[in-house]
Design a protein around this ligand. Sequence first.
Ligand code: GLC
Length: 421
Amino acid sequence: MSTNDLLEQAHRLLAENTRTAMFGGRTLTYTVPSGGRYPFQWFWDSCFHAVVWARIDPDRASDEVRALFAVQAEDGFIPHVIFWDERRVSRRMWHYLESRGRGDWFLPGRPPRTTAMIQPPVIAQAVEAIVEADGNAILEDALPALERYYRFLARARDPDGDGLISIIAQFESGLDFSPAYDPASRRAVPSAGTLALHARLPQFLNKALDYDLDRIFRLNRSQREDVLVNSVYADGLGALARLAEHTAADELQKWAETQAARVRERLLERCYDEKRGLFFNLNGRSERPGSRVKTVISLLPLLLADLPLEVVARLLEHLTDPREFWAPFPVPSVALDEAAFSPDSLVNGRRRIWRGPNSMSTNWLLSLGLRRHGQPDLADQLAERSRYLVERGGFNEFFNPLDGTPVGEPRFGWATLAAVL
Ligand code: GLC
């Protein structure tokens, strides 16, 4: 299939997943990840949708980020999910748990409008894609909003002031049940029940603290400095600096460049394991070493342009090793030679996502990294295999990296990234 035909199919899917909502007297337009399981607006999904929309219809790309900015809080925060469709909010799901409001779960009343959590900050990259396609028009609104957002992250999400931002629940990383967040366990792989409890229990504390970040950072032991989140953050700060340069916003440009360099240095200093040649998360306030399971998270610093060459070489060794990450259909979310690797993300028959299958979101980020580090052939191979997957299996949430069968939700928004890899 030609790239244009695939982009045409991507267009059809994004149009099918398009929704509108009335807010503050305006009609907002956005794209849901999928009509079935994911009927709301998700932050990083919308940013990915904007990247693809930018190639098809830049106005629709702008709608995605405008709908996110519409709910930006005074302090700059932008939530990870916006429940535009109230009717789909449920007390039995995570919707109340991940939102502010203490008694609201048990009392009658309006459901929450948004969660109180973040997702990987990939919105400056989305705005940059729009500017590349459509010029600077969007910057008038977007630049001040982006500045407030990234300054919020630097101020409110970095309790130890080291430059790395912290997440307060593993679901903030976007890689929900990745083994990078597994509890230490005597079993090679914890049971599905243990995984759910380990992930959800700290969220009850966050809810009890009404998502007050100062108190959460004092009390919640499962806060983390996550490698994927911080790689995306540093890359986002780089994009913000370039956007600021377009409009001669010198001070902002300088601030964003300095922050980006700090994040990169800290990742190298604190998260890089020289012996393994991979990056790993830091857990808790005292920055305990996180799980050593090899996941796609460990490779994401490839996004950063100015990594030392020897570090890039080590990451590429892992990425291209067919026993680890260069699966028949790369890039698996967990290395093939890990006990935790599950090609269909099932753990004792229960769905626990991000435990093996590949996703077009992380493939897109990695392909950017490969091109930045002078690896166009590898990036092209990744693009080709990714396109093959969606042409054969449809725009699916995940794919089995061994045989390429679709895993998870069909008709899934970010899988359209395969058309622009
Ligand atoms: C899952 C994914 C997350 C994504 C969301 C909506 O929770 O782990 O990354 O944003 O679904 O697609």
